[in-house]
Design a protein around this ligand. Structure first.
Ligand code: ZN
Length: 296
């Protein structure tokens, strides 16, 4: 089976043991993370708070990147698009951060591309800064831009002009949408923009789903992530409807750290839940190769 990953966040894919080590290095043994994997949403937020509180060095970023890429490689992934929100650290600025990830990509044993993520919970000025950074500097392996962050904060329309500017530079666009019920209205604005892909899309109207189908917009399905954050029963997940309606999908992890998952686990979980045959599953995975932002 061809395994690719199109929706994985850099910070959400740090190895648990590495996060633990970096946390203890900075805050001491007392601040050890006292669970092995997240079983509640609160624990996910604890992990993200830990990650954001770390004052990292460029060598840490290189190490984290190398490990993430090694983990996907070990899982049999042959093509990865990793998304990262530009960050600053002890001895690096946002450009050096992105370049460090690019350097690790150069050393990886398989094909990896980079997506820059815009956090909708941050200001437009911050997004504008990222745009200027990307416009001014050639970032190796960069193929697309993602709108992500807390779905309950900000609105797609605020970021639409910036996304259009990225599109004008030639980058592909993916948007996290329909993660919360309250985003159903917002979905219309996202669909009007015709992103190259959308992420999640678990809350929508039938009309919106038909529009997605007619526009042939692939959905990045993050099965475990959705079950975890919504308490949805596996067999109620809409991926079954996407597949039966012939809507293009790619099976993704979102955050391997938070959901203690891998692409292989996600594929198996969907296959088992909906009792798809091996042949059918292989076909789905083969089709998802068409939704890469960079076709070789
Ligand atoms: Zn995501």
């Amino acid at each position: 089976m061809d395994k690719i990953e199109l929706h994985a966040h850099f910070s959400g894919c740090i190895r648990f043991t590495t996060l633990q080590e970096l946390t203890i290095r900075q805050f001491g043994q007392d601040h050890e993370i006292n669970f092995k994997k997240c079983t509640t949403l609160e624990q996910c937020f604890i992990l993200f708070a830990k990650i954001n509180s770390l004052n990292l060095k460029l060598d840490d970023i290189r190490r984290i990147a190398d490990e993430i890429f090694q983990d996907f490689y070990n899982d049999g992934v042959t093509y990865l698009e990793i998304r990262a929100t530009p960050k600053k650290g002890q001895d690096f600025d946002q450009l050096q951060y992105l370049n460090a990830i690019s350097d690790s990509i150069n050393k990886a044993k398989f094909n990896i591309k980079l997506i820059v993520a815009i956090d909708r919970a941050k200001s437009i000025e911050e997004a504008e800064k990222t745009y200027k950074l990307i416009k001014k500097n050639k970032i190796q392996h960069l193929v697309g831009v993602d709108l992500c962050g807390h779905p309950g904060v900000g609105h797609f329309l605020q970021f639409k002009p910036i996304l259009q500017k990225f599109r004008d530079l030639g980058y592909k666009i993916t948007v996290h949408t329909g993660e919360l019920k309250q985003q159903i209205e917002e979905n219309n604005d996202v669909i009007d923009f015709k992103p190259d892909r959308i992420g999640h899309f678990i809350y929508y109207t039938e009309e919106q789903l038909n529009n997605i189908k007619n526009l042939n917009i692939p959905i990045e399905v993050c099965f475990s992530s959705n079950l975890f954050t919504t308490n949805m029963q596996p067999n109620c997940h809409p991926v079954k409807d996407f597949i039966s309606k012939g809507i293009p999908i790619a099976i993704c992890t979102d955050d391997t750290l938070c959901f203690n998952t891998t692409i292989t686990k996600e594929i198996q979980l969907i296959q088992k839940t909906f009792e798809y045959s091996n042949e059918f599953m292989s076909q789905i995975l083969k089709e998802s190769l068409n939704y890469k932002f960079k076709q070789e």
